[in-house]
Design a protein around this ligand. Structure first.
Ligand code: BGC
Length: 760
């Protein structure tokens, strides 16, 4: 565009405007050639590109250009390393530039509400703070190179079952504290070029038509200045969607949507001014992204593969290492078992499926790094007809070696975009081989490849070492070999809890819902928030992960500054970390908070800060984490805002959510919370409020009945509204007096009329 957006807007006809708010093909925006407005391309995402210049589809059926397949989100989230995500983001942007792609459709930052969600492999965590920080890393990495992102799927898209129709019924506090904060963080910190709305309904309205989500929260509260694009096919009613805040429908319903928009303008149902606003946002995106069309660049596939390998190694979580069976001793003979070692599963299926530039396998990579490796397939994936023979062979190879490494995992048919799992078990044929091999040689290392958590109790009982490698991308095998041999010291930490059993997960009773409705009955308590609140034992807790070295933390200090009243409260938490073991390694310092006395229910711990440090043996460092006011707040449904309550807060710092050896209790001062008193407030509420008590006493002095005169009676009738008590005769002031007292209360507390808030 050589002219300004204002000038273009003035020139556009109504049908051009209507067309611009829909795409022109599966991946392209609409071009207006006569005004020099080109089309730009948007394509998947999130852990590698799926650019389909010829034929578009949304589940990866058609071929796409070769691209580096980086570790999937579940994997790379385990790095707890936003800087690594930034580097991967920069590489993704370079690949986008090389194929003239302007916007990458990712990252996916939905919460892992249930272990069963088929797309969990595409999402970071069960914790919104961690997901938000990682999202900032990758978005800033991509956008620093002039390529846009699409943070998805906004919002409450936490299952695949009936994902286009299901109504996610979630209370506002759970949305604000669990399902929205990762979006809020990345929007306010990094202004992604686009946000993708989800398929599902949120509290009765499709996300694409949800004004509260798309306009009030996203734009008005968070200040989003980019474009809202629909998930592919998520627009059900074109005009209401446009009205609610959706700028761009993808892919377009050609021959239908633009016509509907024009008809609505002609009928006076949609103002042209509002349409102009949406068109302006589309033009701004095109103007941001069109420089990519001119580029003639390449990417360095070798360098990106090397980065994918480093990222894969950082994604590995060492869950168990009894008798220090890992790293593999240099002279040991190793039996490497499992079809997945030869035919790796390294990514998930669906719209995120990348056509990789190359793929490593563990047989080759471990053999290259270790002298004596003897392979046996052990089990079949898909075709299991020869399992008995494979198992016998695996047992004899296992007997012949000093150590056994067996790769187990979920076949692609177990988890994917498009459907949810129904259980968390590993395939039975793999568990059979595991038990046969464990009998033959107990010096056993299990490597898991899976996009979402599995039940691991049986595996961990049989294995000495347990290595969670996730779906680690095209270079996963190299990364795993690096960890097994000790070339790289594992530093991954779980971004999601491994429960013992599916039934322990708090969403179990309400997942995936039925009759097109899913109720988020567990509220805030997903992931460790649920397991911790219910004091459930888990297989491996959130934040957990071992290393080939050990770490200690000491000297926790917390200093509080700022003021709740003006939103500047900060708690600076510092702690000394020491590498107390024999080799260099990285550790993640994690800080959680708890408000032991609160007027509302709260989780017993919530992650509010973390930092990853790399230390040589015996090296120490002092790290500082700044927890801001939001870290101490909850979303008050009553007040419709974030609230910090005065009093004690506990800050726990340590190694993972269930090993937090350092604790400090701090006192936070905050303005008192004043739920507005009205005639319908209860006697207890009036009694709990100092000014309420004062007013009742004054009224009593003037001759009105004093409802506080008898403490025992107050206990019995205290939960009744004052207006009800007034009807009981001499138990409370009469209606007129109550109204007068409520008005006086508002004057003295400088509190607006509650009706004013209700009318917002
Ligand atoms: C997925 C999105 C994806 C889009 C385009 C949809 O089905 O939910 O994540 O970006 O297709 O492929």
């Amino acid at each position: 565009m050589t002219v300004s957006i204002d000038e273009v807007l003035a020139e556009l006809t109504l049908d051009e405007k209507a067309a611009l708010t829909s795409g022109s093909g599966f991946w392209w925006t609409h071009a207006v050639e006569r005004l020099g407005i080109p089309r730009i391309m948007l394509a998947d995402g999130p852990h590698g590109l799926r650019a389909q210049p010829v034929q578009g589809d949304h589940v990866g059926i058609g071929g796409s250009l070769p691209a580096t397949c980086f570790p999937t989100a579940s994997a790379i989230a385990s790095s707890w390393n936003p800087a690594l995500l930034r580097s991967v983001g920069e590489a993704l942007a370079q690949e986008a530039r090389a194929c003239n792609l302007s916007v990458i459709l990712g990252p996916g930052i939905n919460m892992k509400r249930s272990p069963l969600c088929g797309r969990n492999f595409e999402y970071f965590s069960e914790d919104p703070y961690l997901a938000g920080e990682l999202a900032v890393g990758i978005v800033e990495g991509i956008q620093s190179k002039g390529v846009g992102t699409s943070v998805k799927h906004y919002a409450a898209n936490n299952q695949e079952t009936d994902r286009l129709r299901v109504d996610a019924q979630v209370d506002e506090r759970s949305l604000r504290e669990i399902y929205l904060p990762a979006f809020e963080r990345v929007v306010t910190a990094s202004q992604p070029w686009t946000v993708m709305c989800s398929y599902n309904k949120v509290n009765g309205l499709p996300a694409s038509e949800n004004r509260w989500l798309l306009t009030e929260v996203l734009r008005e509260e968070w200040g989003f200045d980019g474009l809202v694009v629909s998930d592919w096919g998520a627009v059900y009613h074109r005009v209401p969607a446009l009205d609610a805040g959706l700028d761009l429908e993808m892919p377009p319903k050609l021959g239908r949507s633009p016509q509907e928009v024009m008809a609505a303008v002609h009928a006076g149902e949609l103002s042209e001014g509002l349409l102009d606003q949406r068109v302006r946002t589309v033009l701004e995106l095109v103007s941001r992204g069109m420089h990519v069309l001119e580029l003639d660049e390449e990417f360095d596939a070798d360098a990106h593969h090397a980065l994918a390998r480093r990222a894969a190694a950082e994604s590995v979580v060492l869950l168990q290492n009894t008798d220090e069976v890992l790293p593999l001793p240099a002279g040991a003979s190793v039996a490497l078992i499992g079809e997945f070692a030869r035919t790796p599963r390294f990514q998930g299926a669906g719209s995120s499926q990348v056509n990789p530039t190359r793929v490593e396998n563990l047989v080759d990579e471990l053999s290259a790094a270790h002298a004596d490796v003897r392979f046996a397939a052990g089990y079949g994936v898909g075709d299991t007809s020869n399992d008995a023979g494979l198992s016998d062979e695996a047992v004899s190879v296992a007997r012949s070696a000093d150590v056994v490494v067996i790769v187990l995992g979920l076949p692609g048919s177990y988890e994917s975009e498009g459907f949810d799992r129904t259980h968390m078990r590993l395939p039975a044929n793999q568990l059979d081989v595991l038990s046969a091999v464990a009998e033959a040689n107990p010096s056993l290392v299990v490597v898991l490849v899976n996009g979402s958590t599995v039940e691991v109790d049986e595996v961990s009982r049989r294995a000495k070492a347990l290595v969670e490698a996730w779906l680690g991308g095209q270079a996963a095998a190299g990364g795993i070999a690096d960890v097994l041999t000790g070339r790289i010291n594992p530093s991954g930490r779980l971004a999601e809890t491994f429960p013992h059993r599916l039934e322990d997960s708090s969403s179990y009773l309400n997942f995936p819902g039925d009759s097109q409705v899913v109720r988020y009955g567990e509220g805030l308590y997903i992931g460790y928030r649920g397991y911790d609140k219910q004091r459930q034992d888990v297989a491996f807790p959130f934040g957990y992960g071992l290393s080939y070295t050990s770490f200690e933390m000491r000297d926790l200090a917390v200093s509080v500054s700022g003021d709740v009243a003006d939103g500047t409260l900060t708690a600076s938490v510092s702690v000394t970390v020491t590498n107390t073991g024999p080799v260099a390694g990285a550790h993640v310092v994690q800080a959680y908070i708890w408000d032991p006395e609160s007027s509302v229910h709260r989780p017993v711990r919530e992650l509010k800060g973390f930092v990853r440090v790399t230390l040589e043996p015996e090296q120490s460092t002092r790290v500082q984490l700044d927890l801001d006011q939001r870290a101490f707040s909850f979303w008050s449904e009553r007040f419709g805002r974030w609230v910090v309550e005065a009093g004690e807060f506990v800050i726990e710092v340590g190694h993972h959510s269930r090993d937090l050896p350092l604790t400090a209790t701090i006192e936070i001062g905050a303005p008192p919370l004043r739920p507005p008193l009205t005639a319908d407030s209860t006697l207890h509420e009036w009694a709990a409020d100092p000014i309420g008590r004062e007013l009742l006493a004054e009224a009593a002095a003037e001759g009105a009945p004093d409802p506080l005169r008898d403490a025992e009676l107050v206990e019995v009738v205290g939960t009744m509204p004052m207006s009800t008590l007034a009807a009981f005769g001499p138990m409370a002031p009469d209606y007129d007096t109550l109204d007068r007292l409520a008005a006086q209360w508002r004057e003295r507390t400088d509190n607006p009329d509650p009706a004013a808030r209700a009318a917002r």
